[in-house]
Design a protein around this ligand. Structure first.
Ligand code: ATP
Ligand code: MG
Length: 562
């Protein structure tokens, strides 16, 4: 592709609405342009990479027996009503005004609709159906460029099996295919087990990439690869040790002391000697949740411990329930259920609120004074804590979800009546799995991980072009002649070449732009080197430069781009 005739609108300045590297680089390198919040147009260079990623995905999906579909994005709403997902998606699903259509945010329903009545016998199963297609989601806060779009490309795959045992096999195949896809794309990822929540399945795993642009927070152990969303992550629990003999309970006046830090400062005690109280309302009844020091209640863990409906108590309710405001609440004299985090188990000589404004109680012995307390893991873990699997240190960081594999079970086949006849002629719902990859997210995550101060660093697997050829002074006939010939020869050898053939820009500009665009190998044609029958090669990733004679260029490129 000749740059003189191409639309690659690079930007010198960093666009103000872009903050994360991938977003900045995609805009600066002229790969995408924003049309509206969360809606991006892919320009030729960007779309080339999308096609590369799609090709890799197709090859790996075909390798596990996947068959490619292309389903409509415009769907009759009635199919979505049969699985109650109009309600489940709520405002995230786009509805067509005055027509009973929606724009599909995913395609479980439509694939299941096509399976129904067609996959009739166990003999026709298993099947793996997939597509790479546009999805629509009215994301409330589209940001971070294409990472969270309102329209985006998803590779979505669906497996159809006769039993849960066979679903396990389809799931494993996808797990393998996903690893192959992300490895080939050159992405450094890790896998987190997740609860599949609203999707109605039994097991699911998320393929994640560490990034400050992520909206998930995960705990990860580099040593044993334990990874979990902080909503469910655990670490080795260091209980607050029992100290000395338990004192009698005593009341202390703590005027205007509200936080744990203020309390510790005022009484000159350690955070470990305090128990913080939070009131939650569970199925209309109050529950006191006790945490050690500044540990925060992890509401996901709390919900799974309590079940049912849980919400924090409103400030106005607290006084009615306890007799005190937040900051002065505690377990002594509390008349309802009390649960505590495991770290407080059997602790003594603790301070907590007195259920009387501006007073705390000291000398609390959990065994003696809070005998009915129940202990659970209720805290959110922190970076640096110890891994329960291997004893090494856990790291907590933000991450982006690249892909997700789910064991769906029979939710959709039952909802839409997709049944098959088993070997005994008995009708059963088809057992399904669903498997998604965000295609633009693969691109964005690659860029998050592969750039330097000067721009993008493409690996040959995703690079839009393997070679960036530059004619330095395109006003000189010798340079024009030699670079035009190289352009033809290199393409004849099978390379995809971006040729900066412009006579209107300076060498410095060409170098900077080549670094920004980031093709793996740069070939620089200048008249001085040409006089010695040589060109210069630069490896983008390492910055290494070398002079290569035109006779040896072909073998050198084979070595570099093998
Ligand atoms: P998230 O939690 O980030 O919203 P999700 O759980 O809604 O993701 P899925 O419904 O599992 O995502 O969709 C499968 C894949 O599609 C995701 O793993 C992600 O890579 C991609 N994806 C989801 N939403 C978007 C979006 N708004 N923009 C771009 N890609 C997306
Ligand atoms: Mg989502």
């Amino acid at each position: 592709m000749k740059l003189s005739k191409s639309f690659v609108p690079t930007l010198k300045e960093v666009p103000t609405d872009a903050v994360i590297p991938s977003h900045i680089l995609m805009l600066r390198a002229g790969m995408v342009r924003m049309l509206s919040a969360g809606i991006y147009s892919f320009l030729p260079l960007g779309y080339k990479v999308i096609k590369r990623i799609s090709d890799i995905i197709r090859e790996e999906m075909d390798a596990i027996g996947g068959q490619e579909f292309h389903l409509p994005a415009l769907n009759p709403i009635e199919i979505w009503e049969q699985t109650n997902r109009v309600e489940a998606f709520g405002d995230t699903m786009f509805h067509i005004k005055n027509r009973d259509y929606v724009l599909a945010p995913t395609h479980e329903e439509i694939m299941t609709y096509h399976a129904k009545g067609v996959l009739k016998s166990y003999k026709e199963l298993p099947q793996i159906w997939y597509q790479i297609q546009t999805k629509f989601r009215n994301e409330p806060r589209p940001r971070s460029g294409v990472i969270r779009g309102r329209q985006f490309l998803m590779k979505d795959a669906y497996s159809f099996d006769t039993s849960f045992e066979n679903l396990d096999k389809s799931y494993e195949l996808h797990d393998k295919a996903y690893r192959a896809i992300f490895d080939r794309c050159g992405i450094n990822y890790f896998v987190v087990g997740a609860s599949s929540g609203a999707m109605g399945g039994s097991k699911s795993e998320e393929f994640m990439v560490k990034s400050d642009a992520g909206e998930d927070t995960v705990a990860f152990c580099e040593s044993c690869k334990y990874a979990a969303n902080v909503e469910v992550a655990t670490s080795v629990v260091n209980s607050v040790a029992r100290i000395d003999d338990s004192k009698e309970l005593f009341e202390v006046s703590t005027p205007n002391i509200k936080s744990i830090d203020e309390l510790c400062g005022f009484l000159n005690i350690n955070e470990n000697q305090t128990a913080k109280s939070r009131i939650y309302i569970h199925d209309e009844k109050p529950v006191l949740v006790l945490m050690s020091g500044n540990d925060e209640v992890n509401e996901t863990k709390l919900e799974s411990v309590l079940g049912g409906n849980v919400r924090p108590g409103h400030p106005e309710e607290l006084k009615d329930i306890t007799g005190a405001d937040a900051g002065s609440i505690g377990p002594i004299g509390f008349k309802h259920r009390i649960i505590a985090d495991l770290r407080l188990k059997d602790g003594n000589n603790l301070y907590s609120g007195a259920n009387k404004n501006d007073f705390h109680i000291g000398g609390i012995d959990m065994k003696r004074d809070v005998p009915n307390v129940e202990y659970f893991d209720l805290r959110t873990i922190q970076s640096g804590e110890t891994c329960t699997k291997c004893g090494e240190k856990l790291e907590v960081f933000k991450a982006i979800e690249l892909g997700h594999i789910f064991k769906l079970g029979t939710k959709y086949s039952e909802g839409l009546g997709a049944n098959f006849l088993d070997e005994n002629g008995k009708e059963n719902p088809i057992v399904m799995g669903s498997y998604g990859i965000g295609v633009e997210r693969v691109l964005a995550c690659y860029l998050e991980q592969n750039h330097d101060d000067n721009g993008i660093v493409w690996d040959k697997s995703l690079a839009p072009f393997q070679i960036h050829l530059m004619g330095l002074n395109m006003k000189k006939d010798s340079v024009v002649e030699a670079s035009e010939k190289l352009y033809k020869d290199l393409q004849a050898e099978g390379y995809e070449v971006l040729f900066d053939d412009r006579s209107t820009v300076q060498a410095g500009f060409k170098f900077n732009e080549a670094d920004l665009l980031g093709m793996p190998v740069h070939i620089i044609v200048g008249d001085k080197k040409l006089a010695e029958n040589k060109v210069e090669i630069k490896i983008r990733k390492t910055g290494e430069r070398m002079d290569v004679s035109l006779d040896e260029l072909s073998s050198k490129l084979k070595e570099l781009l093998a």
